[in-house]
Structures are given as structure tokens and as C-alpha cells.
Design a protein around this ligand. Structure first.
Ligand SMILES: [Zn+2]
Length: 277
């Protein structure tokens, strides 16, 4: 039943949850969230939010009991997901590059086509999100982490010889429909206009961005996703649908902008958002 797997690689906080939910709204697709976290399903030692569906909690038709009786949790993983979700195209936005390499090797062995999407977002926006979420961490440490994640992802992407495509979060958010058309074509799927109303569909992501999932929960009156107070203010007033998030332009402090420029300005060049474009 599994036909293909699409990986959305990149740095965290680049919009992959949003993109995954849009693609996962296609009738042939299932957005798994960060499938690496499926290893934790059924492990009570892990935090609940890391081992259950973000929208159903502990009572999910896809993830509840997913690992029961399974010895090797990564063997045939995407085949199992496809079977549970009853969809042929599985989308995984795990960012860990070692995980992606290993799963790509498994899928090559199984003869399953892999599509690699590289979602890129201005690093300053990513740092701003991460500073908001991890206020106890030092900005330098966060910038370093972003940079090293980008470098590792670049290596993975450049070395990948299969079907691949890179896109900017900012372009996707500004032109969601045109971008989604391109992406469905890339994946060999028909474009379905209803995909743009991703919050109306059933989704079962594990891991991923709470704020974006909150949009789905809000539209469907689900109670599961909890978000922090500042996020809540932003997402409660967020219109339905897709809107370019440029909060970093007014939130990121000048000294953090300077630090970012010094440490990672070069790496960010191909990612940098320009208002005039
Ligand atoms: Zn679920």
C-alpha cells in the first residue's frame, strides 16, 4: 500500500508542520508529523506530547498501540504508517539528518521511492522563534545549532540523487496555492484545491509545531493541543488559513541581529528574506 515517502528536511521552526498539514490534506497523503517520534509511542518514560498524536492524545486511530508487538520499531516503519493511515504517500518532517539517512537507506532497500523537500526559512526568523520558546538558552547557542543543522541538511540535500526540491517558507506562505500546485506536481499527485483548507481535515501528527496544530484544533474544536501564553495570543487572533509569519522583524533585538549576522550571516544568505521580492 505504501507508494512513496516524502521527507521535509530543514531546520526546526521553518514551517514544516504547516507544509505537512497542507500536503497531508491530499486524499492520497498522510502527514505523520515527525515520524522519528513514533519510536516513543508506548514508552511511558517519554513526555505525553512526544509519544501521542498531537490532535487526538492517547486515543488515536493511527498511533495508539502503534508499536504493540513490534520488535524493531524502524523496520517497515512507513509501510506500517501507510497501512494504519490507509494512505499511499507518507510525509515525514523529522529534521534529524542521521534518521533521514537511515530511513532513506531502508526505503531504497524496500524499493520505495523517496522525495526530498528542503524547506528553508530565514535563519533570523528561526532564531526568533527559538528564543521565544527557549528563553533560558543563550542566543549564541541557538544560532550555532541552527547553523550546524543547516550545514548538515545542505550536505544531505546535495548528496541526494533522487527527486528533490527546495523551497522557501516565505514563498510558500505568500503564495500558498501556487506553491502547493508545484509541490503536488513534484510528488506526482493531482492538485486538490481543498488542500488549502488544511484545518478542515483529519490529521494525526506526532511532534511538530503546537501553534500551527492549534489552528487545526481550533477549527475542529479539539481540546488536545496546548500552547504557551504568548503563542496563544498570536494564534488565537490568527485568521484561518496561511499567513506569512514575520514576527522576527519587530521582535528580534538589534544585538541578536548583529550576533546572528556575525556568526551565521554567510550561511543565511541563500535563506534571507527580502521585502522587495
Ligand atoms: Zn490522532
Amino acid at each position: 500500500m505504501l507508494e512513496k515517502v516524502c521527507f521535509i528536511c530543514g531546520a526546526g521552526h521553518s514551517g514544516s508542520t504547516l507544509l505537512g498539514l497542507v500536503l497531508g490534506s491530499h486524499t492520497d497523503c498522510f502527514y505523520a508529523g515527525e515520524a522519528r517520534k513514533s519510536q516513543f509511542v508506548g514508552n511511558p518514560q517519554k513526555a505525553l506530547r512526544k509519544r501521542t498524536c498531537k490532535l487526538c492524545g492517547e486515543d488515536c486511530p493511527v498511533w495508539t498501540g502503534f508499536n504493540d508487538g513490534i520488535e524493531d520499531r524502524t523496520a517497515g516503519l512507513y509501510q506500517r504508517i501507510a497501512r494504519k493511515a490507509q494512505r499511499g504517500v507518507v510525509i515525514d518532517s523529522t529534521k534529524n539528518v542521521d534518521w533521514l539517512r537511515d530511513r532513506m537507506a531502508d526505503l531504497a532497500t524496500d524499493g520505495i521511492p523517496v522525495y526530498l523537500l528542503y524547506l528553508q526559512r530565514d535563519g533570523r526568523a528561526v532564531i526568533n522563534s527559538r528564543l521565544r520558546k527557549y528563553s533560558e538558552k543563550s542566543p549564541a547557542e541557538l544560532i550555532e545549532q541552527w547553523q550546524s543543522q543547516v550545514e548538515r541538511t545542505n550536505e544531505l540535500y546535495n548528496a541526494f540523487s533522487g527527486s528533490k526540491m527546495s523551497l522557501h517558507y516565505e514563498d510558500f506562505a505568500r503564495n500558498p496555492e501556487a506553491t502547493t500546485r508545484n509541490l503536488t506536481e513534484f510528488l506526482g499527485l493531482d492538485f486538490q484545491p481543498a488542500m488549502m483548507r488544511f484545518d478542515e481535515f483529519e490529521h494525526h501528527p506526532i511532534g511538530g509545531n503546537n501553534g500551527t496544530q492549534f489552528q487545526v484544533a481550533r477549527a475542529q474544536q479539539l481540546q488536545v493541543v496546548s500552547i504557551r501564553e504568548r503563542q496563544k495570543q498570536y494564534y488565537q487572533s490568527h485568521p484561518r488559513g496561511i499567513k506569512l509569519d514575520l514576527r522576527w522583524l519587530r521582535e528580534l533585538q538589534p544585538e541578536h541581529l548583529d550576533l546572528f549576522e556575525r556568526m551565521a550571516g554567510h550561511t543565511n544568505q541563500p535563506f534571507a528574506w527580502r521585502e522587495t521580492e
